[in-house]
Design a protein around this ligand. Structure first.
Ligand code: KMH
Ligand code: ZN
Length: 311
């Protein structure tokens, strides 16, 4: 693992896991996404991981025109690296999932490293009153619809985005096998180091949130990638801050944001993405880590630069 005293904070601002009934603070409209993304960057996030939603009711959207209602505004107001999802949401086709990245040619996109169950249906159990009709069926669909990321899909997406736009990737690894899949593509030269490996723990269908699992992933990734990778950690739900602290102790980087958890602490909804960024920043700094600026993150991850995107 590449250990750097500078820690990169990624903030995943809205995602497609949570729905409007779960929190009034989840950003939905382009205005809300812009405002919360910029505030997260000002709080210390070097990378903003972005999804879009239909502004009328918060349905996850793959429409590049909606992305273009906030991407240029975010770029004008802060220097953070913009990372566009290619995971999209349950039920989207690969073409839909790639549409925004093809339009915006970003420095960074997510790249999910395996087909898997991705259960978000438990979130429905806690909701008494639904704001919109789409929410419950959307969450329930994750019981029967896996997230598809075949070898063919990964190779097509990584090759196209890498070769056409010089985009680099946040490799989302939800299980140990996903690290071996990344090694397969690395060995074939489809993707180039240094790799930003986002270890995702606590998703129903992926590896559980115990720190021992993270330590095992780090050991495997060290064997596979040697000195050519950066650790970042995303703990889902209430595991967000504890696992961020483990990553910080290991010399890794962290991801927070309302995509991954709606909470700031036990029984306490986060009022904004920036609140979570400030909290993780406090944890990192208390542990002697410095916070990487966007340009330091660009250098570490060998990104093409914010002037070379199409928004
Ligand atoms: N929601 C996260 C657990 C993506 O956007 O490509 C995974 C994610 C997927 O961020
Ligand atoms: Zn995402």
């Amino acid at each position: 693992m590449i250990k750097n005293n500078k820690a990169i904070i990624t903030c995943a601002v809205t995602g497609s896991v949570h729905t409007p009934s779960m929190s009034d603070h989840l950003p939905i409209t382009p205005d809300q996404i812009t405002e919360q993304a910029v505030a997260a960057a000002e709080a210390g996030a070097a990378i903003l991981h972005l999804h879009a939603r239909d502004p009328r009711d918060g349905t996850p959207s793959a429409d590049p025109e909606i992305f273009m209602q906030f991407l240029p505004r975010i770029k004008q107001q802060c220097d953070a690296v913009v990372n566009i999802t290619t995971g999209g949401a349950v039920g989207m086709s690969m073409d839909e999932r790639l549409a925004a990245a093809r339009r915006a040619e970003p420095e960074l996109t997510s790249m999910n490293m395996g087909t898997m169950n991705f259960g978000v249906f438990l979130g429905a159990e806690k909701i008494g009153q639904w704001k919109y009709d789409w929410e419950k069926p959307f969450l329930e669909a994750s019981r029967r619809t896996p997230m598809s990321n075949s070898f063919e899909q990964i190779e097509m997406a990584a090759t196209e985005l890498g070769e056409r736009f010089g985009t680099r990737f946040e490799f989302e690894c939800y299980d140990v096998g996903h690290l071996y899949t990344l090694a397969h593509f690395a060995d074939r030269g489809v993707v180039k180091p240094p790799f930003l490996v986002q270890c995702v723990l606590g998703v129903l269908g992926g590896l559980g949130p115990e720190p021992e699992n993270l330590i095992h992933m780090v050991g495997v990734a060290d064997r596979l990638f040697g000195q050519d990778w950066y650790l970042s950690v995303l703990g889902a739900g209430r595991h967000q801050m504890p696992l961020a602290a483990v990553s910080a102790a290991l010399g890794g980087n962290v991801r927070v944001g309302l995509e991954d958890s709606l909470m700031l602490g036990r029984g306490r909804l986060a009022k904004s993405n920036a609140e979570q960024v400030l909290k993780v920043r406090t944890i990192l700094e208390a542990m002697g880590r410095e916070i990487a600026t966007p340009d330091e993150a660009r250098t570490m991850l060998q990104l093409k630069g914010g002037d070379n995107v199409a928004f």
